[in-house]
Design a protein around this ligand. Structure first.
Ligand SMILES: C[C@H](N)C(=O)N[C@@H](Cc1c[nH]cn1)C(=O)O
Ligand SMILES: [Zn+2]
Ligand SMILES: [Zn+2]
Length: 477
């Protein structure tokens, strides 16, 4: 099966320094989508990808997505739509990834410069976006190049959709996907996304589910300007005090969401599902390693996996407008905006969840009897997704995993969110597969994000061989 793969693998190995250099160039572009000041860098990253793709012979379009809804003066970065090959006798695979990254500052606690890919002797490649999601996005380009240089026919037609706003809720992309479902994406036989991580560090996985994400702001204001706490402390009602008290009512120390009506929406555990967790390769020790501590809510694997995959969670992320620098500033902030999100699961509904959140937050604020003013709103929302892994798309990925890594993959769900996954499924009507490259200790969204060189290089082989096995799978749907 897939006889050309040995030549492809050898070519990937001999190009490995070049592929790491490509990742270094990509990481050097600080494409932070959440920071309006970095928007030119996000656009520059989009152009970098366009140039690289064109140099490989792909046809590429940059699609403008309009203005950012919450900052109407700011253009959204373009989505990249690209095609490599248009042979009617080949299958067509649509791949998606994102070229934006989470914010990162050395002062957050990074051991190295976050936008300077630093490769250690042990093969760990540190840099913001290395695993999420520049390494995997470049994996597709590298697979194309290795085929070209090895003189091996590319096994499928590849459609690519890369966006620059995923870490901010994929603003503007749903409309494009819906509009292009039966146009640019019309030929797609299946969809593959490489933008998540293995459950541990040793065993690869194929992922068939994601949680959704509803992201909220709670804004409390009162004074006309920031105040001196010596002059006004004890005489003015303070927005920060109110906010802390409201945020404290959302969730308890063991992660139990306190908002009535959320738990009632969650799908019951079926008998089949209850047996599924035992077979998954997952160690609490690896979780402690990824977490950097032993502060887990649960002590056992099953409860932990269920909490990550099939129950909602509520996280408090930060407070805009609050004093957060080192030192001691005796300020009373005039307006503070608390940020929290709820990871949603089957059968939670976005609108119903929003209404429950708004009602609860308003009730908690009312209980304080404060003269300050409250606003609560959703910044962005994205639905959960669960697909069937019983499909030739997953079968091909399982064979590729066995060929590259020598083991059968686990079939997993993921606690994170990729907001457009369900949109791709619905707009194309095709099966969607998540095929991760990185591992659980990569620290996506955290300080010292990394991708292991082994996962990058073998990951390129995995993506390329998946396409070969896709070409060989019997047509069933
Ligand atoms: C799993 C993926 N690599 C990722 O990190 N997704 C983000 C996307 C997001 C941001 N807001 C809402 N969703 C995540 O899960 O936080
Ligand atoms: Zn990502
Ligand atoms: Zn991310």
């Amino acid at each position: 099966m897939a006889p050309q793969l040995d030549g492809f693998f050898a070519q990937v190995d001999s190009l490995s320094d070049h592929f790491i250099d490509r990742l270094r160039k990509a990481v050097a572009i600080p494409s932070v989508s959440a920071d309006p000041a970095r928007r030119p860098d996000v656009v520059r990253m989009g152009h970098f990808l366009k140039d690289e793709l064109e140099a490989l012979g792909a046809s590429v379009e940059l699609r403008q997505l309009g203005k950012q809804p919450d900052i109407p003066s700011l253009d959204l970065p373009p989505a990249i739509l690209a095609r490599y090959g248009s042979d009617k006798n080949k299958r067509t695979i649509l791949v998606y990834g994102h070229y934006d990254v989470q914010p990162a500052e050395k002062s957050d606690g990074w051991a190295t410069e976050p936008f300077d890919l630093t490769v250690g002797e042990d093969g760990r490649m540190f840099g913001r976006g290395s695993t999420d999601d520049k390494g995997p996005v470049l994996g597709w380009l590298n697979a194309i190049e290795a085929h070209q240089k090895a003189g091996i026919d590319f096994p499928v037609n590849l459609l690519m959709c890369f966006e620059g706003m995923e870490e901010y809720g994929s603003e503007g992309l749903d409309d494009l996907i819906e509009a292009e479902g039966k146009r640019f994406f019309a030929d797609a036989d299946a969809v593959c996304i490489s933008d998540n991580y293995w459950l541990g560090t040793e065993k690869p996985c194929l992922t068939y589910g994601l949680r959704g994400c509803n992201y909220y702001s709670v804004e409390i204001s009162g004074p006309g300007a920031d105040l001196h706490s010596g002059v006004f402390g004890g005489t003015a009602q303070e927005p920060m005090t109110d906010l802390v008290r409201v945020l404290a009512t959302l969730v308890d120390t063991d992660g139990k969401i306190q908002i009535p009506g959320i738990a009632e929406q969650v799908a019951p555990v079926t008998e089949d599902e209850a047996t599924l967790y035992d077979g998954i390769s997952f160690e609490m020790e690896t979780l402690h390693e990824s977490l950097g501590s032993k502060t887990t809510i649960f002590e056992d694997k099953k409860s932990t996996l269920m909490a990550r995959w099939r129950y909602p969670s509520l996280s408090i992320h930060g407070v805009e407008g609050a004093f957060s620098a080192p030192g001691a500033k005796t300020v009373i902030p005039a307006k503070v905006i608390g940020k929290f999100s709820i990871r949603t699961v089957p059968n939670m509904e976005i609108e119903k969840t929003n209404e429950l959140v708004y009602k609860y937050v308003k009730e908690q604020f009312a209980k304080l009897g404060s003269k300050n003013t409250l606003k609560v709103y959703a910044q962005h929302t994205g639905k959960w997704w669960v697909a069937s892994p019983k499909h030739w798309n997953f079968a091909a990925a399982a064979k590729a995993t066995e060929r590259v890594w020598g083991v059968q993959p686990d079939f997993t769900r993921e606690g994170g969110s990729i907001p457009v996954t369900l949109t791709f499924e619905q707009a194309t009507g095709k099966n969607v597969l998540l095929l991760p490259m990185g591992s659980s200790t990569d620290g996506a969204h955290s300080i010292n994000e990394k991708l292991d060189k082994k996962n990058y290089i073998e990951g390129i082989k995995l993506l390329g061989s998946y396409l070969h096995y896709v070409a060989e799978e019997p047509m069933s749907e």
